[in-house]
Structure formats: structure tokens, C-alpha cells
Design a protein around this ligand. Structure first.
Ligand code: FMN
Length: 212
């Protein structure tokens, strides 16, 4: 049995120093995101989205970041999913990126807002056919009959053969309006570099180094 207590990657000693940080955390994120892309990390846009369920219990899952903009980060999903039920009830969420090859993580907290139908449609039409077909399968109660799911997909494949696949009403995007960013750079001496940005009064970002 592997001793997971000793399972740890030694960090390369990359530093994150205050003088190198940009004023705006979205700009800082873009620099790190580009570094992750350049490092050819698999799915650098994969992020863990944590929501709070109706009983107050947190739940996490991975989604793909699809747009990085000044006013927030966008992902797309089903509005009839469990996560959407959580978000309807409590739109405050956390997003987490771990780029392990760079010994970096970024954590973001904020509030989610639905994207406009037009924006969701534009993104939907850019997705591959398999995703668009699967998205059109209506909500199914659990426990799921997988064979029924496959049959529905096959039916949709025939129905939309050679025609446009419209975005279903139950599909769309969410954009986070962030109030906090944290940038973490792992160090070999365990005194990791951590900086948080807080958007206290919605116009300026306050930045500080925090404990490793
Ligand atoms: C790498 C990866 C990327 C994913 N991207 C998405 C995504 O962009 N949107 C989405 O709805 N689900 C995505 N999923 C599936 C979700 O993790 C999750 O299983 C699904 O959305 C159902 O979650 P829920 O029941 O909590 O709503 C992805 C999973 C993985 C592993």
C-alpha cells in the first residue's frame, strides 16, 4: 500500500513577489492562465465549482471556464442540474483552479448571475454536435436508466440530421462577479507565497500577503 502521508511532489522554487503582482486580479489571473496554457497543462480551464446545497452542505464538481472577461468568468451548464438548484437558492460560490505542474492555485469567491439567452445561444452554437445533442436530452429522474439515455440521444441524432440544433431552455451560462481572489505559489520551504485581493467597496481591490 502506498504511504499517502508521504505522497508529495517537491516544489520547484518559483516565487510570487508583491512587486510583480498586478493591481487588478483579473489581469493577474490572465497572466497565470496564459502561463498554464504555455506550460501545456491538460485542461488549464478546468475549475472546481463549489456550491451550497439546500441543507447547507457544500458540494464540488469540475466545470470548464469558457470566457474570461473584466466583469467575470463564465461557464455553461444545465439550468435543471443539481448545481443550478443550489445556485438558485444561494448564488454565492467558490471557484478553484489547481495548476499542479506550476505549483499554483487560484481560488475565487463571488456571486453567480445567469448569462443572457443571446450569449448562451452564441456559445451553444459554437459547441460540437455531440455536446449540443446531449444537452437536448430532457431532464430525467434518478435513478437513471442508461439505455434510455442512449436511445434518447440516438433519437435526437436522427431528428437533427442535417438541421440546426437549437439550444434548449434548460441550458445556459453563469458568470461570477468576484469579491475575492487568492493566488498561491508553492515554495520548497513550505513558506508558500499567498496573496489575497478583496473587493471591499466594489470599485477598488485591496491586496495583502496572507499566511502560508
Ligand atoms: C474536466 C471536466 C469538465 C467538466 N465541464 C463541465 C461543464 O463545463 N459544465 C457542466 O455542466 N458540467 C461539466 N462537467 C461535469 C460536472 O463535473 C458535473 O458532473 C455535472 O455538471 C453535474 O453536476 P451537478 O449534479 O452537481 O449539477 C465536467 C466534468 C469534468 C471532469
Amino acid at each position: 500500500m502506498i504511504d499517502i502521508g508521504q505522497l508529495r511532489k517537491e516544489f520547484q522554487d518559483e516565487r510570487l513577489i508583491e512587486e510583480d503582482l498586478l493591481e487588478d486580479p483579473y489581469d493577474q489571473f490572465e497572466i497565470w492562465f496564459n502561463d498554464a496554457c504555455k506550460a501545456q497543462i491538460a485542461s488549464p480551464n478546468a475549475m472546481v465549482l463549489s456550491t451550497i446545497d439546500l441543507t447547507g452542505m457544500p458540494r464540488s464538481r469540475t466545470v470548464l471556464l469558457r470566457k474570461i472577461e473584466r466583469n467575470g468568468f463564465t461557464f455553461f451548464t444545465r439550468y435543471d442540474s443539481e448545481k443550478a438548484i443550489h445556485i438558485d437558492n444561494n448564488p454565492k460560490v467558490s471557484l478553484h483552479f489547481h495548476w499542479k505542474e506550476l505549483n499554483r492555485e487560484v481560488t475565487i469567491s463571488g456571486t453567480l448571475f445567469k448569462t443572457s439567452v443571446g450569449e448562451s445561444r452564441t456559445f451553444f452554437s459554437s459547441c460540437n454536435r455531440k455536446l449540443r445533442l446531449a444537452a437536448r436530452i430532457p431532464y430525467m429522474e434518478s435513478p437513471i436508466d442508461y439505455q434510455k439515455l442512449v436511445e434518447k440521444l440516438e433519437g435526437l441524432d436522427i431528428q437533427y440530421d442535417g438541421t440546426q440544433i437549437p439550444m434548449p431552455d434548460w441550458w445556459g451560462g453563469y458568470r461570477i462577479e468576484a469579491i475575492r481572489f487568492e493566488f498561491w505559489q508553492g515554495r520548497s520551504n513550505y513558506l508558500h507565497d499567498r496573496f489575497e485581493y478583496c473587493n471591499c467597496d466594489s470599485s477598488t481591490w485591496k491586496r495583502q500577503r496572507i499566511a502560508p
